[in-house]
Design a protein around this ligand. Structure first.
Ligand SMILES: [Zn+2]
Length: 321
């Protein structure tokens, strides 16, 4: 049997006939293709011809963006600078020097401590998320180099259960901060999160105190922590480590807050300003220090770290500033 498979032409197998799209004899095939394409294109814009999956429509300016160019531009719209969501791995790649990132605690996974069941059980939710996102949890942490500075870098990923902070996120970030303190390097955490992971109940809430306690030790060692807020950063994450940075940066137009706008409106019965809970609003009101576009983030972080670490570098060199 196997020999027939490799023979040049199996006499009893008819030549393959396409069911729907007739391809191809060289000349006539080409003519058909062109003719069909012209028919489709008639009276329409050119953009309609492009295959689905290669183009993304910007939700803000409605421009059709070529996926490859969008990826090269770090998922920032080339026309209106709308920031699309970006995965943790892509973001790390955009920030650190090539091959400099050493991931920590890569295999740490959540445990269903409470035996939580709802519409789906936590166990099933976790299994589905591992499969869907190819991530072990909602944060990736490790040591990398940005410019000439080694940093302890943690980046959250919203695609894993809404970037929620459970025990694993809290523990990985705490270990990251402690490593930063031990190695005397700055900590940078890029957040995106819906808040604490309610599947883990109190275990998720205690991560708020744990991460902040580690940051307090980091601050006591006079080492900087830069918090970068991206769309969306809400609730338990916003109410803990994300807002205790020595420097708090945010991407443009990001939704940032504690409770959702609707809850606040219902509770206070007050009209909320249209830009409520955006980076721009929070910059105006002094909660964040700067809005930085994604494709300028790396350079800005390098500048800030140069500034924040100048004293320490000078002390190491035996000088004062
Ligand atoms: Zn746009």
């Amino acid at each position: 049997m196997s020999t027939t498979t490799f023979t040049k032409a199996a006499p009893d197998v008819p030549p393959v006939e396409p069911a729907l799209t007739p391809p191809p004899e060289p000349k006539a095939g080409t003519a058909t293709f062109v003719k069909n394409k012209l028919k489709i294109a008639a009276g329409k814009t050119k953009k309609k011809e492009f295959p689905v999956g290669l183009w993304t429509k910007c939700p803000k300016c409605e421009e059709m963006l070529f996926d490859k160019e969008l990826d090269e531009n770090l998922k920032v719209c080339m026309k209106c600078r709308h920031h699309f969501p970006i995965g943790a791995r892509e973001r790390i790649h955009s920030l650190v020097e090539t091959c400099s990132f050493e991931e920590a605690d890569a295999a740490m996974t959540s445990v269903d401590m409470l035996g939580f069941t709802g519409t789906t059980s936590y166990k099933d939710k976790l299994a589905a998320s591992w499969k869907k996102t190819n991530l072990k949890d909602a944060v990736i942490t490790g040591i990398g180099q940005i410019g000439r500075q080694r940093v302890a870098l943690g980046v959250m990923d919203f695609s894993f259960i809404g970037g929620s902070m459970g025990s694993v996120v809290g523990e990985k970030l705490t270990r990251l901060i402690e490593t930063g303190t031990e190695k005397e390097i700055p900590v940078i955490i890029v957040s995106t999160s819906g808040g604490a992971r309610m599947y883990e109940g109190m275990f998720s809430l205690m991560q708020m105190a744990k991460t902040c306690a580690a940051l307090a030790y980091h601050a006591r060692a006079k080492l900087p922590f830069i918090s970068v807020l991206t769309h969306p950063t809400m609730a338990g994450v916003m109410a803990s480590f994300a807002t205790v940075g020595d420097l708090i940066l945010a991407e443009p137009d990001a939704m940032i807050g504690f409770a959702g706008a609707r809850v606040i409106k219902d509770t206070t019965q007050a009209e909320l300003p249209p830009d409520f809970q955006t980076s721009e609003f929070l910059l105006k009101h002094g909660l964040i220090d700067a809005i930085v576009a994604r494709n300028e983030m790396k350079e800005r972080l390098m500048d800030y770290m140069d500034f924040l670490m100048a004293g320490r570098r000078a002390a190491a060199a035996g000088r004062t500033v």
